[in-house]
Write a protein that binds this ligand. Sequence first.
Ligand code: PSU
Ligand code: MN
Length: 314
Amino acid sequence: MTRTTPTPHPALALAPEVAEALAAGRPVVALESTIISHGMPYPRNVEMAREVERIVRDGGATPATIAILDGVARIGLSADELELLATHEDVAKVSIRDLPHIMATKRHGATTVASTMRLAALAGIKVFVTGGLGGVHRGAENSMDVSADLTELSTTDVAVVSAGVKSILDIGRTLEVLETLGVPVVTFGVNEYPSFYSRESGFTSPMRSDSIEELADMMRIKWDLGLAGGISVTNPVPAEDEMTPAEISELIDQAVAEAEQRGIVGKDITPFLLGRIVELSDGKSLDTNIALVRNNARLGAALAKAYAAVAPVN
Ligand code: PSU
Ligand code: MN
């Protein structure tokens, strides 16, 4: 049987190795860039970006970091381009609605979970690794601040590997919205839904799987049934790297209070909170963040390989 692969959307610029891997039906893992430009300080951000690509390669898959450079949607970046995203002072945070504007004005943009998912899907990539998902913000019952990551998960056929939802967000309401949107939330290897920095959240995960092959089967079955949208694969931070809720929760409360006092709203909230938590924890939260992204890259590469083995031949 010969495999023909869907042609990537013509507006995208694929790195040659990514194009070759996709054409051959080999596993590819998408990676986001907001985490580089707006999620971590330099130089740890670019070190993390390079290391995650190496982990994906060591796991037998091709990494494809996604960003907008000079208005072009790029799938797979060079080392110099990762450095640019980590250092350039004018890289916009680009979620779904920002894509047309950044592309029309030919600027640089770092893509969030939502926009990375969409561009990955347009390229034909089915597995995407990140750190944390956006979600329902605390106080969203008044502010209506709900990340477009959630609506994107309801429509775009990509499995997103994350370490859960940070408690800078309202985890319970985020899980409720994901249920309403028909998004499977499946946690790998444990019953409790993790909260990014911690393996605990106080919420039981809606689903659990102990096998990567089973996760790949969920992807195949969901899309074969015509159930549009993604799957949130949740991978708890390794125990040796976690910060307990007792360690982190006061720092988060303080950062959230400061954001409120300073009137920070909208897309600036998440980068502000992440930066403040790194400062307030003397860098410990950054170590945890990097450790959980590494861990997700290992699972994502294995999942991309397992899915390539069961994916339908087009
Ligand atoms: N959580 C992190 N690091 C990040 C983000 C979330 O630990 O960098 C980024 C992701 O790109 C995510 C985005 O998609 O923040 C969500 O932002 P918003 O709430 O504005 O949609
Ligand atoms: Mn928001």
